[in-house]
Design a protein around this ligand. Sequence first.
Ligand code: KG4
Ligand code: ZN
Length: 339
Amino acid sequence: MEKDVYILAIESSCDETSVAVVKNGREVLSNVVSSQIDIHKLYGGVVPEIASRNHVINIDGVCEEALSRAKVDIEKIDAIAVTYGAGLLGALIVGVNFAKALSYRLKKPLIAVNHIEGHIAANYIAHSDLEPPFACLIVSGGHTALCKMETYTRRVLIGTTVDDAIGEAFDKVARECGLEYPGGPNVDRLTKEGKKCINFVVKPHEKLKDFNFSYSGLKTAVINYLHNKKQRGEEVNIADVCRSFEEEAVDQVVYKSIEACKKFGLKTLVLAGGVSANSFLREGAEREGKKAGVKVLYPEVGLCTDNAAMIGSAAYFCFIEGKNIASNLTLAPKANVDL
Ligand code: KG4
Ligand code: ZN
């Protein structure tokens, strides 16, 4: 029998400080997430400098808690994994330096993980029999992309957003509607009380070229609608605005993803990233997937948003292939990383 692999993973790319211990890429022994949402809520969005400072304050304790919950002695850890990008530079620096120090002191390899690969890998934890190839729709605050996972560590980009990310559109619309940060879950909640009675269609998504996405037109249409109503002193039904926006936003990614599965002969579509927690997206993808004979998978809500367990899973598949091993003296964080 092959030896078990234990990975200690660190995630600090935005406003969650998280450390996890993952066994053999799929078994989460601990996944401690310290969220700063309540702090950033006061400002209506993430303040990068405040995020970095709080990572510094939290990371030691979060790491100790992760090891203690996992009941794994630190000497038993085979490798240290860390998100090196994409993300907020100051926030990434904290996790990367913490990981470099641990790797140096324990004399264990350091694995540099692309945050997006982590979001995809959350599905390996959630679905123990999931194996490539499959199509993956990545929908987060910073990304909207469709790719084909050829192997655990090799993927081909099929489409990406030409302007805003879908999560960014959710958060901006939420803010204009007077909803608290983070906007996505709040829009999603209100949507259930509203009707799709406002037409925000800018360009039918069937007409968008290739498998690329666009969200800035939709976002602007909602903002203009709200401003016009305000100028005229007319009342706005926020639940109807949320419903009309959300259905339009979700239809675009669902339509393109299913079309891509058909074109590339892929029978499984995996959803990844914070917006994959969205109830309409999950329902819509499952409904359209069923019609097209495509199985749709997504992780539980806690694994959709940022967490270190997903980083540990992605790192495991790199580790066993000897990929992405980084220097614990020179690894540098990157604000932008290629998809
Ligand atoms: O993946 P994530 O935690 O961070 C990034 O890597 O960006 O994604 C955060 C994004 C935010 O834009 C948040 O509003 C959105 O995911 N989000 C949602 C939902 N839950 C989180 N958007 C729509 N519906 C949700 N239920
Ligand atoms: Zn993320």
